[in-house]
Write a protein that binds this ligand. Structure first.
Ligand code: NAP
Length: 250
């Protein structure tokens, strides 16, 4: 655990925390002293491995299965955490999928499943956690969006629409919850090396990234950790922090 453990005594939920960026976020929050709830949908072994890694470095963590695109499962997930940990201080809405295809050929199922998880899933988690956070008069919510939600992307109408929606949801939640000291921000990664991006045409993409490389999961996790635990971040809300090597400058 980090010597200046800023999240000691706090509980953090990371959706999709067993793999990819979510795993790096879970490990980062564990290192900052939080008890981490590693949510997963299908990757039980990976999630348990993240739990063991946090515990091995002196931290606290447990894994909980839940499909966060389903209302009843989200409500049960939040209830289970409140029963076990008593509070939730940090929510990181990280779980996300892609189902790419050109607009004119996109199947309704591919549209719907991306909206259901990447947008409705975040709404469901924010809604379920709003009441307990309002009661405790504190909380930090961090939603993982994407630069694609700011700039659009050919072949990703569903994903871009969901990620743009997350930005509107973030700003609305920030306004609704601010009076009780709860901050709500979005982090917009550019291209980060994970399973989600492993099949992309790297050379073509790198041309559009001023810093000339893909980002790392740890770089995204570092920004989330700052928003979740740094005292300076208490005065940041309703913002979209881009971690994109300069891809989108506006
Ligand atoms: P990834 O490696 O494909 O991991 C996706 C994560 O989402 C997994 O942990 C997965 O858990 C979880 N998940 C999928 N369906 C779920 C469900 N129904 N309920 C709960 N969890 C579910 O993706 P990633 O690259 O780490 O992406 C993480 C987030 O960053 C996503 O929101 C993505 O849109 C965003 N992002 C990524 C990039 C990038 O370049 N990689 C760029 C911008 C934004 P299971 O395996 O258990 O299903």
């Amino acid at each position: 655990m980090h010597p200046t453990a800023s999240l000691a005594g706090q509980t953090a939920l990371v959706t999709g925390g067993g793999r990819g960026i979510g795993k790096a976020i879970a490990l980062g929050l564990g290192d900052a002293g939080a008890e981490v709830v590693v949510n997963y949908s299908t990757s039980a072994t990976a999630a348990e491995e993240v739990v063991r890694t946090i515990e091995a470095s002196g931290g606290k963590a447990y894994a909980l299965q839940s499909n966060v695109s389903v209302e009843t499962e989200v409500d049960s997930l939040i209830k289970a955490i409140l029963e076990r940990s008593g509070r939730i201080d940090v929510l990181v809405n990280n779980a996300g999928i892609t189902r790419d295809g050109l607009l004119m050929r996109m199947k309704i199922d591919d549209w719907q499943s991306v909206i259901d998880l990447n947008l409705t899933g975040i709404f469901l988690c924010c809604r379920a956690i709003a009441r307990p956070m309002l009661k405790q008069k504190s909380g930090r919510i961090i939603n993982i969006t994407s630069v694609v939600g700011l700039m659009g992307n050919a072949g990703q109408a569903n994903y871009a629409a969901a990620k743009a929606g997350v930005i509107g949801l973030t700003r609305t939640a920030a306004k609704e919850l601010a009076s009780r000291g709860i901050t709500v921000n979005a982090v917009a990664p550019g291209f980060i090396a994970t399973d989600m991006t492993k099949d992309l045409n790297t050379e073509a993409i790198l041309k559009d990234i001023p810093l000339g490389t893909f980002g790392t999961q740890e770089q995204v996790a570092g920004v989330v950790r700052f928003l979740a635990g740094d005292p300076a971040a208490a005065y940041i809300t309703g913002q979209v922090l881009q971690v994109d090597g300069g891809m989108v400058m506006a």
